[in-house]
Design a protein around this ligand. Structure first.
Ligand code: FES
Length: 105
């Protein structure tokens, strides 16, 4: 299992987003309503980063065409996005946020 630290939890503001690299992939980490979520930083409609998209209602919106993805599941919830985006596990250990790949879980 791969994991990467995304910083101290107390240093995150709500709705803040950061990019980390895990297994050579760009991952967008979002704090939303006090929880941490991590998704592959690539819209499944076209290859556009999700980083910087509006976060609301538990979803992140692609800035290019408005596709929306559930933070918790990666499911596409608004066209033109149809395919889900890969999600990663987040855990907070001793005050630090970690992003982990789901393989081998
Ligand atoms: S590139 Fe994301 S919705 Fe089109």
């Amino acid at each position: 299992m791969s994991r990467i630290c995304a910083g101290r939890a107390e240093e995150w503001n709500d709705n803040e987003q950061r990019e980390v690299q895990l297994d050579g992939q760009s991952v967008v980490v979002v704090r939303y309503e006090g929880q941490f979520y991590a998704l592959r930083n690539l819209c499944t409609h076209k290859d556009v980063p999700l980083l910087g998209g509006e976060v609301s209602d538990g979803k992140i919106t692609c800035t290019k065409h408005g596709g929306r993805f559930e933070l918790a599941t990666g499911r596409a919830r608004a066209l033109p996005a149809v395919k889900p985006v890969t999600v990663f596990r987040t855990v907070v250990e001793e005050g630090e946020v970690f992003v982990e790949s789901l393989e081998g879980a």
